[in-house]
Design a protein around this ligand. Structure first.
Ligand SMILES: [Zn+2]
Length: 420
């Protein structure tokens, strides 16, 4: 396999410049096997919180719960644990919500990190736990962490697919798998703003996550994966040629900063897929029904996919080294939420192929600016179809629908409608 990469690398060096990079590596999740062979891994588990002290082990499920509980008890004025929901097998999907208790009315934007929706991609799981620990323990002594917590509400979900990670039982991650307990890929199971229906019904883990997004107003987020080392920014559903993300320049800047910072601590990383270490998702490999595009479209929240380790499951003793080169990039990415355009929220996501609707927002009726050639479908934020009207419909009565945001689709044209 490595020889092939070297040949591809050679071809790249000869033929391509920075802007026309060829991927050195297939997208990690393009052709997944159900269970990765992890028998050769050196996987040490921590059966107690104290055994996590050196951050060179993976926690058992019970240790993970105990760590979250302990932070909430140790830092009651800085954080609490949110239960996002439960998995198919009843495990908890948790987030550490870091928010300074205060009486002031200052606006603090909400940030969200979430990792390991593919259960065997566990590097990010430990990185997120260590990030929580670092931010909380650094408050009051480290100026960067203190400023960040004073000015931001930060939610960190270390493990969004616990059944996949603990497929082999709560005391081991060695038999982790990509999928949830129903063998569904959770990153192909979100409502797709661009019309593709998921192959499986919406999974319990994703319904919980969607409800969590609905209950919050996250403006910047990331979902963390493994199997490659590359910053993957929107869209996943299109190539840049087909439909560039309107914030593409901003995404390239942010992705570059993440990679450049990590390379100042270890120059060997973010090189296995593109020499630049960054890509638009669709330019690497187009996927549908992923979380990234769902979050960007439906929640007006900028989310990217961070692929942070070439191995999905690194040896446990490598975890501290990964932290060393990732920690500053991970903290700095949270700070990006304070970019002016994110804070004031002027940057509504724009789409090609939109159909105009008015008034929008509406209390009841909404008029379409052109006659649809196909059936008109209306979806709610959960991706459920709530109305289907014949082609040629020009007026939609939304008065019987609950208040909220809806997606209208006819043919390949789409619109986002707010019902007030
Ligand atoms: Zn993944």
């Amino acid at each position: 396999m490595k020889k092939i990469y070297i040949l591809v690398l050679f071809a790249f060096v000869v033929n391509y410049g920075w802007s026309q990079e060829m991927p050195l590596k297939q997208r990690a999740d393009a052709f997944p096997s159900v269970v990765e062979n992890s028998s050769s891994k050196s996987v040490q588990m921590a059966s107690s919180v104290s055994e996590m002290a050196n951050w060179n082990r993976y926690p058992t499920y019970e240790t993970y719960l105990a760590m979250m509980q302990k932070w909430a008890e140790d830092f009651p004025t800085l954080c609490h644990v949110d239960t996002i929901g439960t998995s198919v097998q009843g495990r908890l999907i948790l987030s550490m919500y870091i928010e300074k208790q205060t009486d002031d009315e200052m606006y603090r934007p909400e940030f969200f990190y979430s990792s390991t929706m593919h259960g065997d991609e566990v590097t990010g799981y430990v990185m997120m736990l260590r990030l929580i620990d670092t931010l909380l323990n650094g408050y009051g002594s480290n100026p960067q962490y203190t400023n960040l917590i004073d000015g931001t509400r930060i939610s960190i979900n270390p493990l969004s697919n616990p059944d996949g990670t603990y497929r082999g039982g709560n005391d081991n991650v060695r038999y982790a798998m990509r999928y949830n307990a129903n063998y569904v890929d959770l990153n192909r199971n979100y409502p797709d703003p661009f019309g593709t229906l998921p192959l499986s019904s919406q999974q319990r883990e994703n319904t919980a996550m969607i409800n969590y997004f609905n209950d919050h107003n996250f403006r910047l987020s990331a979902n963390i994966h493994g199997g490659a080392e590359v910053m993957n920014y929107p869209w996943d559903s299109f190539t840049t040629d087909e439909n560039p993300h309107p914030d593409r320049a901003w995404w390239i800047d942010v992705s570059r900063r993440f990679v450049d910072t990590s390379r100042t601590y270890s120059n060997n990383h973010f090189r296995d897929t593109y020499s630049s270490g960054i890509t638009a998702g669709g330019d690497w490999y187009v996927i549908s029904n992923g979380r990234q595009d769902y979050v960007n479209y439906y929640h007006n929240c900028r989310e990217m996919t961070m692929e942070i380790s070439s191995d999905k499951m690194i040896d446990s003793e490598q975890l501290p080294e990964y932290w060393r080169f990732l920690q500053h990039s991970l903290v700095n990415y949270i700070e990006e939420i304070h970019s002016n355009d994110l804070v004031v929220g002027v940057n509504e996501v724009k789409y090609n192929n939109s159909i105009k609707c008015y008034p929008n927002p509406t209390h009841d009726k909404v008029f379409l600016s052109e006659e649809p050639l196909d059936d008109v479908l209306v979806f709610n934020m959960q991706g459920q179809r709530v109305a289907q009207l014949p082609a040629s419909t020009r007026v939609i009565d939304m008065s019987s629908l609950p208040k909220g945001i809806y997606l209208l689709r006819t043919g390949n044209k789409i619109a986002k409608i707010v019902r007030r």
